[in-house]
Design a protein around this ligand. Structure first.
Ligand code: PAP
Length: 345
């Protein structure tokens, strides 16, 4: 079991109300703050706890920088998700829905650009390594961003502006298996299934604990449905057209009757499908999609609901189901573990 170290210099893990615009000052502030955070150093990379969320070392500086610098605009759209929950798919869908009238079908940017480039993460993209980006104001409106952070750890301007947040999550068993395979694909030291599972169940995993990640957005979606749309991977798999209409309505760009009749929803859903995206040249390569990022093809594995049965033994399934049920008790949250049998929990 890992030791969690807490530096006792200060307990400052809250965001500053003063925005930092100077890179040198930013670097100093980040290092000062990091020195105060609880850290778990065992495993593939150290994890730091900031505002209740565990950040892998490659994301913590970017997250703090975004927290101290990013200013949301009312028209911004955020995609939030725990890792391995359908982020890549939702990036493709959101980008395509919002920009559907900007490009003819054969010039859709998705055909030549990785979804993770079209909508970049704040913490590992725009603010990568704590760098202050220069071009945020020049991004086309609405600006599209992504984050794996918890709702409670989003900067105040994101939570309190009128920007919209789409949240996608997935049943915990498939998410775990997807995560484990992702680590196996690109970690130098091959991860051990039991050790990874144990950390996952304790919540000390990138952007975990998963229950806080999910419950924060679930609660926000119930309190502010005009601000947070809560979606599930399994629902997308089951009825994509229905979910795409729900998404477009929420984003304020509903599909018109003419668009529906022309088959535009089906055209976009096909373009964003696992089979099409996975086989595009830009997504097939083993090269990182972004300098220092994971290989472009690591985001497409099987894309199925229920694959966990092929990898987890029954006691692991039972234990994770039990944790999920306990953590989500009373919330009204239910997940599907198999599309065919509609087995809920
Ligand atoms: P990220 O958090 O690192 O960005 P994310 O995209 O959320 O990863 O999750 C990857 C999972 O989504 C993979 O699931 P699997 O390991 O169980 O196969 C990946 O295959 C799946 N995925 C990616 N694109 C699609 C898509 N277009 N349709 C359905 N599933 C997809």
């Amino acid at each position: 079991m890992e030791k969690i170290f807490k530096n006792s210099k200060t307990s400052s893990s809250s965001s500053s109300s003063v925005l930092l615009n100077d890179q040198e000052e930013m670097n100093k502030k980040i290092e000062e703050l990091i020195a105060t955070l609880p850290v778990v150093s065992e495993g593939s990379v150290p994890h730091y706890q900031f505002k209740g969320c565990w950040y892998p070392s490659f994301a913590i500086r970017g997250n703090i920088a975004a927290d101290l610098h990013f200013q949301a605009q009312d028209s911004d759209i955020f995609l939030a998700s725990p890792p391995k929950s359908g982020t890549t798919w939702m990036k493709a869908l959101i980008f395509s829905i919002v920009n559907r009238n900007r490009y003819p079908p054969n010039e859709r940017p998705l055909l030549s650009t990785h979804p993770h480039i079209l909508i970049q993460f704040l913490e590992t993209g725009h603010y990568r390594n704590g760098n202050i980006p220069e071009n945020l104001d020049q991004l086309p409106k609405p600006r599209l961003f992504a984050t794996h952070s918890h709702y409670a750890s989003l900067s105040q301007s994101i939570r309190h502006s009128s920007c919209r947040i789409v949240y996608v999550c997935r049943n915990r068993l498939d998410t775990f298996i997807s995560f484990f395979h992702f680590l196996r694909l690109h970690e130098k030291n091959q991860p051990d299934m039991d050790a990874t599972y144990e950390k996952y169940c304790r919540g000390i995993i990138g952007f975990g604990p998963f229950w806080d990640n999910i419950l924060g957005y679930w609660q926000a979606s119930l309190e502010k449905p005009e601000k947070v749309l809560f979606m599930k991977y399994e629902d997308l798999k089951e009825d994509l057209v229905f979910e795409m209409k729900r998404l477009a309505d929420f984003l304020g760009v509903p599909f018109s009757v003419e668009e529906e009749e022309e088959g535009l929803i089906e055209e976009i859903s096909r373009l964003c499908s696992f089979e099409i995206l996975k086989n595009l040249e830009v997504n097939r390569t083993h090269k990182p999609y972004l300098e220092g990022g994971a290989p472009a093809n690591a985001f497409y594995r099987k894309g199925e609901v229920g694959d966990f049965v092929n990898h987890l033994d029954p006691s692991m399934v039972e234990n994770l189901m039990k944790i999920t049920q306990e953590k989500f008790a009373g919330s009204g949250l239910v997940f599907k573990y198999s599309i065919d049998k509609l087995q809920n929990s």
